[in-house]
Design a protein around this ligand. Structure first.
Ligand code: 5GP
Ligand code: ZN
Length: 114
């Protein structure tokens, strides 16, 4: 499922070109266009879910398996890109007040000058 106005859905479908650090059937990993650290990656599920909050609705199906896979993949990608050492920060912003600007769930991986 993709959302027509969503910039990450456009990147996922290839409508907006963006080189991949990693891609499989469920996720892409790209470099952030405005890096906040020496290395700033975004791990993005291909399925459009607006936020971490929406991934765990009070009623209905949760995306627990997808989230678990996202965390596991983030560790794999961090290893492959030699982020540890020195170390890295894993961030999910939720809601406008939480700093979320793109309403398609994603995990930031930040390393170096964090
Ligand atoms: P948020 O603020 O929602 O947690 O994170 C969204 C991130 O997406 C921001 O760090 C922003 O720089 C990045 N971003 C927004 N548009 C694009 C884009 O078109 N390409 C890439 N690579 N990153 C983007
Ligand atoms: Zn989307």
């Amino acid at each position: 499922m993709s959302s027509i106005d969503c910039i990450f859905c456009k990147i996922i479908t290839g409508l907006i070109p963006s080189p991949r650090i990693f891609e499989d059937d469920q996720f892409i990993c790209i470099r952030d266009i405005q890096p906040q650290a020496k290395i700033h990656l975004l791990l993005i599920p291909k399925h459009h879910v607006a936020s971490l909050d929406e991934a765990f609705p009070t009623q209905g199906v949760s995306y627990s398996t997808m989230l678990a896979r996202m965390m596991e993949l983030s560790v794999q990608i961090a290893r492959e890109n030699h982020l540890l050492p020195p170390g890295y920060r894993s961030v999910i912003n939720t809601g406008k007040g939480g700093g979320q600007t793109v309403f398609h769930l994603h995990l930031h991986l930040l390393s170096g000058d964090v």
